[in-house]
Design a protein around this ligand. Structure first.
Ligand code: C5P
Length: 230
């Protein structure tokens, strides 16, 4: 069966007003990503405000800590009503398993980040001390995360096929780095269109600037949703 790929609009803004204005202008979208920038400025109240508008929240705070702390934070994310949240797969199996136990019985799902796409192979080797390239580390960490209880993986568009092959059909795959043909690339280098990402096996795509910087944001959302459905 062909999977339906969902659109997530990222709320990469500094204030509650800007966040709620973005929710308003992207009203056709049902998922919104709140990351460290907005959360650090506005706290849990902004999550509640987005939820109060009937939207699903993806809390992208990328937890990476001892299992007990990550478990408590995961439970807090679930209690806050975040439907999805992120942690780093490199935190290890015990950390991910503790997070999974903490959200059991809720409808909150865990996404694991494998290797940040901002890290090059040289940085991984020389700075992080990994003997692997990103192309080797990503599938290994994706497998580890799913085996430990993560419900899905965040990866770049070019990794979708490799991750899908590694984790099988069930786990969610969520990807940023998406640009419709009509949008500017901004600083994203290795991009895919919404359709290409959907065809490669993404369950959800994260898009920010092509929507929020569009001269007619509701039209941008509509075009992306149409492309995903097409
Ligand atoms: O504006 P744009 O659509 O490029 O925003 C993409 C979103 O995904 C931003 O919130 C960005 O921080 C995030 N992201 C990314 N690339 C990654 C990981 C996250 O662009 N590798």
């Amino acid at each position: 069966m062909k999977r339906r790929t969902e659109l997530i609009t990222g709320l990469d803004v500094d204030t509650r007003e800007d966040a709620l204005a973005a929710v308003e202008i992207a009203a056709e979208c049902s998922w919104f990503k709140i990351g460290a920038q907005l959360f650090t400025r506005c706290g849990p109240a902004v999550v509640e405000a987005v939820r109060d508008r009937g939207k699903n929240v993806f809390l992208d705070l990328k937890y990476h800590d001892i299992p007990n702390t990550v478990a408590s934070a995961s439970r807090a994310a679930a209690d806050l009503g975040a439907k999805l949240f992120t942690l780093h797969a490199s935190g290890g199996k015990a950390m991910i398993a503790a997070a999974r136990t903490a959200v059991e019985g809720t409808d909150t799902r865990i996404l694991a980040v494998t290797v940040l796409t901002s890290l090059t192979d040289d940085m991984l080797r020389q700075e992080v001390g990994l003997p692997e390239t990103a192309a080797e580390a990503v599938p290994r960490l994706a497998r580890l995360a799913v085996e430990a209880g993560a419900h899905g993986i965040v990866c770049s568009p070019r990794e979708i096929a490799m991750v899908r092959e590694t984790v099988g059909p069930a786990p969610l795959i969520v990807t940023p780095g998406i640009r419709p043909r009509w949008a500017s690339k901004d600083d994203q280098a290795r991009i895919m269109t919404p359709r290409e990402a959907a065809d490669a096996g993404a369950d959800m795509i994260v898009v920010v600037r092509p929507i929020l910087k569009h001269k007619n944001p509701p039209e941008a959302v509509r075009l992306i949703l149409e492309e995903l459905q097409g």
